[in-house]
Ligand binder design. Structure first.
Ligand SMILES: Nc1nc2c(c(=O)[nH]1)N[C@H]1C(S)=C(S)[C@@H](COP(=O)(O)O)O[C@H]1N2
Ligand SMILES: [Mo]
Length: 446
C-alpha cells in the first residue's frame, strides 16, 4: 500500500478526522489526488517561495500601473469611464500632463512587465499544482477560507493575463466588456493576494531562513535533492530523479520572460527595436514618410464619411460660455501654430513620439471665452463607437503643449492619422487623442 493511501479501520473514522474533513471520503480519489502522483524532486516551499517572490515583484508593477491607467482615463469626466464611476473604487486622481511620457512609460510597463511575468506565473502554478488536488479539500473552516482565497487568486490571475494578452493582440473572443471585466478582476486579484500574502509570509520567511534565500541555486544536478518534508504537501513523497536544477527552472522561466520582452517591447520603446518585436501587432507601419508611424484605427475602418473632411465642407464647431465659432481648416491654419514633440501611447502598450503642429487648445478655448471652463468634450466625425468622443480636464486643455494638430513632422496629417485635425495632449492615453475632430464643447460642471 502507498503512503497517503492508508486505509484506517472504519470505527476509527469519527475520532481521527475532525471538522470539514468528515465531509469527504477518507481515501483520496485516484490519480492526481494521491501524493505519490507528483514526483518532481524540485517542488517544495523554497522553490515556490522564490518563484512567488519574483512573481510578486511583477504583479506589483502590473497592478499599480493598471490602476494608474484607469486614473489616466479621467473616469470622472464625461463618458470617459466605461467602468461606472458611481461604483468605481476610490483610486482616481487628477491625471497630470507632465512628464509628457508618463502614460507611455506607465502603460509600457503594464503590458511588457505583464508579458514577462507570464512564464513565472506558469512556473509558480506548476510548483504548487499538488495543492490543487489536496485531500481532503479542507479540514477546518479557516483552511476553507484560505483555499477559497487561493481559488479566487488563481482564477482572477489567469483571467487577467488571458484577457490582457487577447486585448493587446486586438483579439476579442469574448462577449463581455474587456475594460469592466479586467478592472473588477483586478480588484478581486488584489484582495485575494492580500489574504494569500498574510497567510504565506511566515512560510516564505521560514523557507528562506532554513534553506538560505539563494543557496539552493548553487546545487548542480547531481546534488539537487528534494526539500525536507513540509506540512503543505509540496514535497514529493516518492521523488523521481532530477532532470533539471532549481537554477535551471529559474533560467527557463527567465528565458521565456526575455523572449516575450524581445517579442513585444520594441513597439513600446520604438526606434529600430520596433521591427524586432515579432509578436507585436504595431511593429509595422504602412509608409516611411512623415506619417509613417503606427495607425490604430484607419480612416476607412472608422467609417468617417469622405465628404466631411473635404476642404470645402470641413468645419470645426467650437462651443463655450462666450459663444460659438465655426472654423474651416484654412481658418485653423491662420491661428497661432505651435510645434510639439509628443507621444501617442496606446492602452495596448505601443507608443510613438512624433512632432505635431497645430493650434494650442488654450487658444481655441479663448476664441469662445472658455478659458475658465472645467472640461472640454471632444467629438469626432466618426459616426459610431466609444472611441468617437473623449473629455479632457481643464489642466489638460490649458497645458500650453496641448494641440489640435493639423500637421505632423512638417506635413499635413494623413487621413489615417486624423486629417483634418486631431487632439494631442501630453501624458494622455492614446485613446483620448481623438482623430477627425468635428466639435469641441468647453463646459463647466454644475
Ligand atoms: N475618432 C477616433 N479617434 C481615435 C481613435 C479612433 O478609433 N477613433 N483611436 C484612438 C486610439 S485607441 C489611439 S491609440 C490613437 C492612435 O492614433 P494613431 O492611429 O494616429 O496612431 O488614436 C485615438 N483616436
Ligand atoms: Mo489606443
Amino acid at each position: 500500500m502507498q503512503p497517503g493511501e492508508r486505509a484506517v479501520p472504519a470505527d476509527d473514522e469519527g475520532s481521527e478526522r475532525r471538522g470539514l474533513a468528515r465531509l469527504f471520503p477518507q481515501t483520496p480519489p485516484p490519480g492526481p489526488f494521491r501524493r505519490t502522483f507528483w514526483s518532481s524532486p524540485l517542488r517544495g516551499p523554497w522553490l515556490t517561495s522564490i518563484l512567488g517572490t519574483i512573481l510578486l515583484g511583477g504583479v506589483v508593477v502590473v497592478a499599480t500601473t493598471g490602476f494608474l491607467s484607469h486614473a489616466a482615463y479621467n473616469p470622472s469626466l464625461g463618458m470617459n469611464a466605461i467602468v461606472d464611476p458611481g461604483r468605481d473604487l476610490p483610486l482616481t486622481f487628477d491625471w497630470p500632463t507632465s512628464p509628457s511620457w508618463l502614460y507611455a512609460v506607465s502603460q509600457g510597463l503594464h503590458v511588457n512587465i505583464g508579458l514577462a511575468t507570464i512564464p513565472f506565473l506558469l512556473a509558480k502554478l506548476w510548483s504548487v499544482i499538488p495543492r490543487l488536488f489536496a485531500w481532503p479539500p479542507a479540514s477546518t473552516p479557516a483552511q476553507a477560507i484560505e483555499r477559497t482565497a487561493v481559488a479566487l487568486l488563481v482564477s482572477s490571475a489567469v483571467f487577467l493575463f488571458a484577457t490582457g494578452v487577447a486585448n493587446i493582440l486586438y483579439w476579442y473572443p469574448f462577449k463581455f466588456n474587456f475594460v469592466v471585466a479586467h478592472y473588477w478582476a483586478a480588484a478581486v486579484f488584489v484582495a485575494a493576494l492580500a489574504v494569500h500574502l498574510a497567510v504565506k509570509t511566515p512560510v516564505i520567511l521560514r523557507a528562506y531562513r532554513t534553506r538560505g534565500a539563494l543557496a539552493p541555486l548553487r546545487a548542480d544536478l547531481a546534488s539537487t535533492e528534494r526539500e525536507p518534508e513540509d506540512s503543505d504537501g509540496l514535497v514529493a513523497e516518492k521523488p523521481a530523479d532530477p532532470t533539471i536544477t532549481r537554477r535551471g527552472v529559474l533560467a527557463f522561466a527567465g528565458g521565456g520572460a526575455l523572449l516575450l520582452l524581445v517579442a513585444n517591447a520594441g513597439q513600446s520603446i520604438g526606434g529600430p527595436l520596433r521591427s524586432l518585436a515579432f509578436l507585436a501587432p504595431r511593429r509595422q507601419v504602412a509608409d516611411d514618410g512623415p506619417n509613417g508611424f503606427p495607425v490604430n484605427k484607419t480612416f476607412r475602418g472608422a467609417g468617417v464619411p469622405e465628404q466631411a473632411v473635404g476642404a470645402g465642407t470641413y468645419r470645426l464647431m467650437l462651443r463655450g460660455d462666450g459663444g460659438e465659432r465655426e472654423l474651416s481648416r484654412q481658418d485653423l491654419l491662420a491661428l497661432t501654430q505651435r510645434t510639439q514633440s509628443l507621444p501617442i501611447a496606446c492602452v495596448e502598450g505601443w507608443s510613438t513620439t512624433q512632432s505635431w503642429s497645430g493650434v494650442p487648445l488654450s487658444e481655441l478655448a479663448r476664441l469662445v471665452g472658455a478659458e475658465e471652463a472645467d472640461e472640454v468634450f471632444v467629438e469626432s466625425l466618426q459616426p459610431r463607437g466609444v472611441l468617437r468622443e473623449s473629455t479632457l480636464s481643464r489642466d489638460q486643455f490649458r497645458d500650453e503643449r496641448s494641440l489640435l494638430a493639423l500637421r505632423v513632422n512638417g506635413s499635413d496629417l494623413s487621413l489615417d492619422h486624423g486629417f483634418p485635425a486631431r487632439v494631442i495632449v501630453p501624458a494622455l492615453p492614446g485613446v483620448h487623442n481623438t482623430k477627425w475632430v468635428a466639435a469641441m464643447t468647453f463646459r463647466s460642471r454644475a
